[in-house]
Design a protein around this ligand. Structure first.
Ligand code: FES
Length: 134
């Protein structure tokens, strides 16, 4: 079996929604300390719906494929749906990632969350007190 699915190869070689956005409503940047890869997501939001999304990924092929797929999955969707998107769902949409590459899809999930948080902070929608997790 090939290490990477056809979908991973497709999104890696022909990534969707690559680029930056000057008038983004939310920008999220996250990195993985171990591999040093960085992902940045830009969101355009209207009436709590993600009307446009762009990404820049300085990282491995799986990170590029994950961010490409993730942007396709949240485009046109309400913020609530984008917040619920898990790295597992991204990997599944790519027909799987090798186990040691699952962390690359985590970057996409985290970058989307960070961009939404940035949007909520900018628009004053974020609660003043952060809710402790766990
Ligand atoms: Fe770092 Fe894939 S190896 S994100």
């Amino acid at each position: 079996m090939a290490l990477y699915s056809e979908k991973v190869m497709d999104h890696f070689t022909n990534p969707r929604n690559v680029g930056t956005m000057e008038d983004a409503d939310g920008v999220g940047e996250v990195g993985n300390a171990r591999c040093g890869d960085i992902m940045k997501i830009y969101l355009k939001i209207e009436n709590d719906v993600i009307v446009d999304v762009k990404f820049e990924t300085f990282g491995c092929g799986s990170a590029i494929a994950s961010s490409s797929m993730a942007t396709e999955m949240i485009k046109g969707k309400p913020i609530s749906e984008a917040l619920a998107l898990t790295n597992k769902a991204i990997a599944e949409a790519l027909d799987g990632l090798p186990a040691h590459k699952m962390h690359c899809s985590v970057l996409a999930e985290e970058a989307i969350r960070a961009a939404i948080e940035d949007y909520e902070t900018r628009s004053g929608k974020k609660p003043a007190v952060a809710v402790a997790e766990g």
